[in-house]
Every structure is written in structure tokens, then in C-alpha cells.
Design a binder for this molecule. Structure first.
Ligand SMILES: NC(=O)C1=CN([C@@H]2O[C@H](COP(=O)(O)OP(=O)(O)OC[C@H]3O[C@@H](n4cnc5c(N)ncnc54)[C@H](O)[C@@H]3O)[C@@H](O)[C@H]2O)C=CC1
Ligand SMILES: CC/C=C\CC(=O)/C=C/C=C\C=C\C=C\[C@@H](O)[C@@H](O)C/C=C\CCC(=O)O
Length: 263
């Protein structure tokens, strides 16, 4: 895909990986609408990006991806509508917003943001992008985790949500909604990257925080820019649909084949 002139929507773009994806898309010439639940950080990032790329190429909207209602203008439904109204079309969608948290009552919110947010964002993206529904095709990149391809005793709920995103994306990639509408669905599985998500692992949100922190410390970390480079490959390469791309500091980019039969 030629990214120049295309329109992208990124969730959770105020900081971390979402901000790096937003910047990589802008750098490649796209127009980007990024959303975040954190208005202060979102506005601050918007100020920086607007002065670098121009106010005609980037917009920020407050949105909580776990808000499934049409109310208050802060839902994903509103975000998609607003992006299309502002830029005329949507070609690229990245469902990135995600949080961690294992203990009650936090884990319910983790499921709502990570799983429901990604399902809702994927369904809306299929609607807006599909050539059968007035769109011009395009690509959805959902953000899972390298952990979804493995296990981690310290983050079972977090990783269950990331496994759900992996299955959702691989399955939708073969679904008629995507296939006949010219939409590719790919999934990125990063290993650890230097962001607030990792820095904020704490007693409050994990069961064995010291072991979890040691696990993180012993795994080399990528910069958000490294992860954005892998993300852009999934956006640009039109031969990839249903691709699962893992990226890590030690091994770089690796496409994964998951072959489990029903019999
Ligand atoms: N940092 C890492 O090591 C890895 C992160 N990931 C995934 O990458 C994604 C981004 O994570 P990071 O950038 O690391 O985290 P982060 O915490 O640095 O950034 C996440 C952004 O999403 C926003 N957000 C949180 N809940 C939201 C909601 N309900 N609606 C809208 N925005 C919301 C936050 O305000 C924040 O700006 C997540 O899905 C995460 O699971 C995957 C693998 C590795
Ligand atoms: C082996 C690489 C695994 C995962 C990369 C990844 O997804 C990194 C996520 C970073 C932070 C996750 C925060 C989750 C917070 C809570 O749910 C904790 O209880 C999780 C505890 C362990 C570390 C996170 C992990 O292994 O994914």
C-alpha cells in the first residue's frame, strides 16, 4: 500500500506504541486521527504533531475504546464517523489501546478495553473500509503481544486478552466481510518495549510483582520506534493478510505460522 495521502485511525495514540505508530504513519505521508482516553497527554502529543506535520493532517479525539455507546461523542462509533467526515475516507485502522491488570476488580476493565475495544474497532473498521459498504479497502492492524504466542504465569488475564486479539484477527482475515471487501487484517505481536505499560507494573495490578519485574528486566526491550517499523511493514505489504508478525529486540521481525487443525 502506498501510504502517502491515505487516512489512518490509531487508538491509544497519546503515548507509547500508539504514538510511535501515529508518527510513523504521518512520516510516510498519511493523515491520522488518533484517540486516547487520556485527554491531557493526547492534547500535548497533538500540539507536537500538529506543529511538525500540519493541522490539516492530524486530529486528536478523546475516546474510551471500551465505551460501546453512541453517547457523549467519546465512543469508537463517534471516532470513526468523525474521521470519515474530516478526511473523507478511512484506509488504515490500528486497534492499539490496551492496559494491564490482573487482580479484581481491575481485570474486568482489562477485558473491556483490550478485547471489547479491539472487537468493536475491528467491526467498525470492516464497515468503514469494505468496498462492499462504500469504502475503498485497506488494512487493519491489531496489537496483540509476543506473550500471546507463549505463556506468562504473572499476567494470565492480560495474556488471555492478547490471545483473544490474535484469534480475532486471524479469523477475521479469512472472513467474507474482510475478504470480499478488500480489507486485510494483520496482527502485530511485540515483545517488551519501553513504555508506561511496562513501567507501571505494580503490586496493585499483578500477583507477584517482584518476579514479574525480574522477568521484564531480563528481557531486552525495544524502543517504540523499533515496534513502529514492524507495524509499517504490515501496513505497506499488500501480500500480507492474516499475518502474525512477532518483533523483539533480540530477534527482530519474525512471521509466525500457527497450524493447528480441528481434527
Ligand atoms: N509495551 C510493551 O512491552 C508491549 C505493549 N503491547 C501492547 O501495545 C499496546 C500499547 O501499549 P503501550 O504503548 O505499551 O502502553 P502505554 O500505556 O504506553 O500506552 C497506551 C495508551 O493507550 C491509552 N488507553 C488506555 N486505555 C484506553 C482506552 N480505554 N481508550 C483509549 N485509549 C486508552 C493510554 O492512555 C495510553 O496513551 C497495548 O495494547 C499493549 O498491550 C504489546 C506488547 C508489548
Ligand atoms: C515475553 C513477552 C511478553 C509480552 C510482551 C508484552 O505484551 C508486554 C507487556 C507489558 C506490560 C504488561 C502489563 C500487564 C500488566 C499486568 O497484567 C501484569 O500482571 C502482567 C505481569 C507480567 C508482565 C507482563 C507480560 O509478561 O506480558
Amino acid at each position: 500500500m502506498q501510504v502517502e495521502g491515505k487516512v489512518a485511525l490509531v487508538t491509544g495514540g497519546a503515548e507509547g506504541l500508539g504514538r510511535a505508530f501515529t508518527e510513523a504513519l504521518l512520516e510516510a505521508g498519511a493523515k491520522v486521527c488518533f484517540c486516547d482516553v487520556n485527554t491531557e497527554q493526547g492534547e500535548s502529543t497533538y500540539t507536537v504533531l500538529k506543529s511538525k506535520y500540519g493541522s490539516d493532517r492530524v486530529i486528536f479525539q478523546k475516546c474510551d475504546v471500551s465505551n460501546q455507546t453512541e453517547m457523549e461523542g467519546k465512543s469508537l462509533n463517534y471516532l470513526f464517523r468523525c474521521t470519515k467526515e474530516t478526511f473523507g475516507n478511512i484506509d488504515i485502522v490500528c486497534n492499539n489501546a490496551g492496559i494491564g491488570g490482573e487482580k479484581p476488580p481491575l481485570w474486568g476493565k482489562v477485558v473491556d478495553v483490550n478485547v471489547k475495544g479491539c472487537i468493536c474497532g475491528t467491526l467498525l473498521a470492516l464497515d468503514y473500509l469494505s468496498t462492499e459498504k462504500g469504502g475503498s479497502g485497506g488494512v487493519i492492524v491489531n496489537i496483540s503481544s509476543a506473550g500471546a504466542l507463549n505463556i506468562n504465569p504473572y499476567g494470565p488475564v492480560y495474556l488471555a486478552t492478547k490471545s483473544a486479539i490474535l484469534s480475532l484477527s486471524r479469523s477475521f482475515a479469512q472472513n467474507p466481510l474482510a475478504c470480499s471487501g478488500g480489507v486485510r487484517v494483520n496482527v502485530l505481536c511485540p515483545s517488551f518495549a519501553e513504555t508506561s505499560l511496562v513501567r507501571n507494573i505494580s503490586e496493585q495490578n499483578t500477583y507477584d510483582v517482584n518476579v514479574a519485574r525480574k522477568f521484564v528486566e531480563h528481557t531486552p526491550s525495544m524502543s517504540p520506534k523499533d515496534v513502529a517499523e514492524a507495524f509499517m511493514e504490515l501496513v505497506v505489504d499488500e501480500s500480507k493478510n492474516g499475518a502474525v508478525l512477532k518483533c523483539s529486540k533480540e530477534k527482530g521481525k519474525q512471521y509466525c505460522t500457527i497450524n493447528v487443525t480441528y481434527s
